[in-house]
Design a protein around this ligand. Structure first.
Ligand SMILES: O=C[C@H](O)COP(=O)(O)O
Length: 229
């Protein structure tokens, strides 16, 4: 699949990143070697080293061929009780280890229904990002929890509202550097909704789950993004 994807997009106009489970990082990095596809992990430990059986450090990911790592995914926040402080510590570890961090934020359905969306994502953003963030080191992904794997997607206006807000928060805190931080939307992105999402204000790309498992679907999403940039 990686080879097919690379062959379909030999010189993409956008950045391509695949983040498989940890056991596949090294194999995928080998398959992607020499292509335009980068490989990342789905989590790393907050410590650079030490006795943490079962955990993976940023250095271990780098060693396996990863250049990026996803941090603070809602499933990590839920399944492993990861707080913003933990995500921030992991982000610091990732950056210190030479990885680019893809930091996720997003509200639950109950929080959206209660009108708390901007408050929730704003506080996750503030708490999860360390000082000194730039577009070269950090990517932010907005993933409404209720849209992940459900086939439900916020309206384009709702996506724009959150992305415009996140951009403003990034610029307020990091100045010009905040302008360069890419903002990905994630949650039920498919070939048939990708173009509209990519045309939405302050959406710079996507974090794709289910549709990335089928090379043809992922390829169509890549093509939609290429058309939008
Ligand atoms: O990790 C992937 C994202 O959470 C989005 O997943 P999805 O595209 O299957 O909704």
């Amino acid at each position: 699949e990686v080879t097919a994807l690379a062959a379909a997009h030999p010189a993409p106009a956008v950045d391509l990143l695949l983040c498989p489970p940890a056991t596949l990082v090294e194999r995928m990095a080998r398959a992607a070697d020499g292509t335009a596809i980068a490989v990342g992990g789905q989590d790393c430990h907050a410590a650079a080293a030490g006795a943490h059986t079962g955990d993976i450090s940023a250095a271990m990911l780098r060693d396996a061929g990863a250049s990026h790592v996803i941090l603070g995914h809602s499933e990590r926040r839920t399944d492993h009780a990861e707080t913003d402080a933990i995500v921030r510590a992991k982000t610091e570890a990732a950056l210190a280890g030479g990885l680019i961090a893809v930091v996720c934020v997003g509200e639950t359905e109950a929080q959206r229904d209660a009108g708390q969306t901007l408050g929730v994502v704003g506080s996750q953003l503030t708490g999860s990002l360390p000082e000194g963030v730039t577009g070269a080191t950090v990517v932010v992904a907005y993933e409404p929890v209720w849209a992940i794997g459900t086939g439900r997607v916020p309206t384009l206006a709702q996506i724009a509202e959150v992305h415009d807000f996140l951009r403003a928060e990034l610029v307020a805190r990091f100045g010009e550097a905040g302008q360069g931080v890419r903002l990905l939307y994630g949650g039920s992105v498919k070939p048939d909704n990708a173009a509209d999402i990519f045309a939405t204000s302050n959406v710079d790309g996507a974090l794709v789950g289910g549709a990335s498992l089928k090379a043809a679907d992922f390829s169509a999403i890549i093509t939609a993004l290429e058309a939008a940039v």
